[in-house]
Design a protein. Structure first.
Length: 305
């Protein structure tokens, strides 16, 4: 969990900078949209791109999606620029090229597309073989996205302030960012805020507040939130100790991150806790019930290359 980011899932219909489709455009058939796009209708181009990208009202076809996003980008549309950038970054419908991806996302970011600004910031923060890490640029782009109100950027900016990445360390601002991101229901912001309360970083230690924010993150399907919330149940304190409930959250974490359940097993083993078969079945049943009754989609999808 070193990157503290929920990764974008291709199956989620995440729209780019902002939805530009008018009611008239969204009611058109694919054939009508293609005719409009051929006549230079930028919104039709974008709608076709999304339709082919996600398989909405058309067979999923990444090559056609990239074709229409490229047309929209050529018209100077920031949504099209961002989306073709992601196509190049992921190699969807075009040959993978992170340098081109970054160029297109920078163009969209310069037109105030916060998703593009965040994507550029994260690219410079993590770095790739083709894109060296650049803390200063990472901070600059993330701050632009955060100033635009983007919750994941706000949370990631908090990490920059906390660790002094591209900016002097500022614990107060870090906590402010985590709190703001958490208040906007960004799960990783809630996790980071909980860690501050656990360790007394920028706030007084408060296990109750830590439990509150971890509960929110866990209920929002954050693997790290689930792992840490399970840990609280394993050790007790701000919540009543319950090893079955702990294992439930570790099982759920394992469904969202391959290391989640392994982490839980280590936590229990280190404390000499071994669940018997009946307890294990109960934990699995609780996890299944949670999944059936809490179908919460990821609120913020993050596009990375």
């Amino acid at each position: 969990m070193s990157k503290y980011i929920i990764i974008f899932l291709l199956g989620l219909p995440l729209i780019g900078c902002k939805t530009k489709e008018s009611g008239d455009v969204t009611r058109m058939s694919i054939k009508q949209l293609e005719e409009s796009a051929a006549n230079g209708d930028g919104r039709a181009m974008l709608t076709l791109g999304y339709s082919y990208k996600f398989g909405h009202n058309a067979p999923q076809d990444f090559a056609k999606a990239a074709q229409y996003f490229q047309l929209a980008a050529a018209n100077g549309d920031p949504d099209g620029e961002f989306e073709i950038g992601i196509c190049y970054g992921l190699g969807q419908g075009v040959k993978k090229d992170r340098v081109k991806a970054l160029e297109w996302c920078c163009k969209a970011g310069d037109k105030n597309c916060v998703e593009a600004q965040r994507t550029v910031g994260i690219s410079y923060l993590w770095g790739y073989p083709e894109i060296p890490t650049d803390p200063g640029k990472a901070f600059m782009w993330l701050k632009r996205a955060a100033d635009g109100g983007d919750p994941p950027a706000i949370g990631t900016l908090g990490k920059c302030y906390l660790q002094g990445i591209g900016t002097p360390t500022n614990i107060t601002r870090a906590v402010e960012c985590f709190r703001k991101a958490a208040s906007l229901e960004y799960c990783q912001g809630a996790v980071e805020l909980a860690k501050c309360y656990v360790n007394g970083i920028g706030v007084e230690q408060d296990p109750g507040q830590a439990a509150k924010w971890l509960r929110m993150a866990a209920n929002g399907n954050s693997a790290e939130g689930e792992m840490l919330f399970g840990l609280l149940y394993a050790v007790g304190g701000p919540v009543e100790r319950d090893v079955i409930e702990a294992d439930k959250w570790f099982i759920l974490a394992g469904k969202h991150d391959v290391q989640g359940e392994n982490y839980g097993l280590r936590v229990l083993s280190d404390r000499g806790i071994v669940l018997n078969q009946e307890q294990k079945r109960e934990a699995e049943t609780r996890a299944d019930i949670f999944l059936m009754t809490n179908k919460i989609p990821a609120k913020y999808g993050i596009s990375v290359f």
